[in-house]
Write a protein that binds this ligand. Structure first.
Ligand code: ATP
Ligand code: MG
Length: 334
């Protein structure tokens, strides 16, 4: 297995410029997360060698591979649209890369069998792609990428054509296989839940740049920018004036350690609900096992989410005003 590094990589098109520095550790599962058009696929294609950067270098385990073709890089790729050969059986589809490499017959059979077992498709080797469900087709694509025993696995929105239940199952299976093989993986998605669920680290991208990179919970609870905060879920962002190191809103006090304008950030589940009069309830929603409350404090909206047993009132008797406590917060850059 290898580490992957993008050093000062740039790529320019009409109206778009990608600039990335990125270091993926040996055996790591790193996700590129961001909205459509931010440069996720381009970054992945540069790692694969399908796209040449205008400047900068691509390194595998410290070795410069920038000028190597994709087939010289020992990578496995899975795309969104499966891209299976329709006229070939599952076996043939998976064996294709090995036949190109002219491996002996017995070795090919052994490896295809291994890959089929790995992705849970044993017994389906004689089917054609059109005789498979979307989820099964994507498993074939995954087996085809893994069968060559690549040093780096690249996945570009591999689950986005599947329905929600299958997506959840397959994502945890991809993660299991990745851990089992210890394979360095770069995964592309625009689905924040998927990214949180599978990644060792997430790089959040925004218009051609990595805005922040870190472990899922670090990004979720300590985003540096409003973009990252909003992209990773529901946010409370309060623009307040701090005096003597403290920003106040109603009875809430945030020890921010600076003076002047600040952006205080916290997640809905960091808001505790108590009996009290701090906030006016302007709306609420019952969600599976929890309640979301929309609150107003001096013209600022705060969203709180609590498990039902933690509410100081019955879910069907929401009082007009509640007390609130914010358990933890961080500051966003202005
Ligand atoms: N071959 C190309 N020629 C010109 N522009 C391109 C080319 N490939 C990508 N782009 C542009 O580069 C930008 C980033 O594209 P990219 O496909 O990397 O985004 P993405 O983050 O993968 O988006 P999506 O989530 O929609 O797949 C877009 O503005 C796109 O139009
Ligand atoms: Mg893309």
């Amino acid at each position: 297995m290898v580490s992957v590094e993008l050093r000062n990589v740039s790529k320019r098109w009409d109206g778009f410029e990608l600039r990335v520095d990125l270091s993926v550790k040996d055996g790591e599962f790193l996700t590129l997360l961001g909205p459509s058009g931010c440069g996720k696929t381009t970054t992945l294609r540069i790692i694969a060698g399908l796209e040449k950067p205008d400047s900068g270098r691509v390194l595998f385990d410290g070795t410069d591979v920038t000028d190597l073709e994709p087939n010289e890089r020992n990578i496995g790729i899975v795309f969104q649209d499966y891209a299976l050969f329709p006229h070939m059986t599952v076996f043939k589809n998976i064996a294709f890369g090995l036949e190109m490499r002219k491996l002996p017959r017995g070795e090919i059979e052994r490896r295809v069998k291994w890959a089929l077992e790995l992705v849970g498709l044993s017994g389906l080797e004689n089917r054609y792609p059109e005789q498979l469900s979307g989820g099964q087709q994507q498993r074939v694509a995954l087996a085809r990428a893994l069968v060559i025993e690549p040093e780096v696995l690249l996945l570009d929105e591999p689950l986005s054509n599947l329905d929600a239940k299958i997506r959840e199952r397959l994502r945890s299976e991809i993660r299991r296989i990745q851990r089992e093989l210890g394979i360095t993986t770069v995964y592309v998605t625009h689905d924040q839940e998927e990214a949180m669920a599978v990644s060792d680290r997430i790089a959040v991208m925004n218009v051609g740049r990595i805005e922040q990179i870190g472990e899922p919970l670090e990004l979720y609870y300590k985003p540096r920018t409003e973009f990252v905060a909003r992209f990773l879920g529901t946010s409370n962002i309060l623009e307040l004036e701090a005096e003597n190191g403290v920003a106040r809103l109603g009875n809430l006090e945030f020890s921010v350690g600076v003076d002047g304008k600040v952006k205080v950030f916290f997640r809905p589940e960091s808001v505790l609900i108590t009996e009290g009069e701090d906030a006016t309830v302007t709306g609420y929603e019952l969600l599976p096992g929890r309640m979301r409350l929309y609150l107003d404090v001096e013209g600022h909206t705060i969203i709180a989410e609590r498990p039902l047993p933690d509410l100081p009132f019955e879910p069907n008797r929401v009082p007009p005003r509640v007390g609130i406590l914010v358990r933890s917060f961080s500051l966003l850059s202005l």
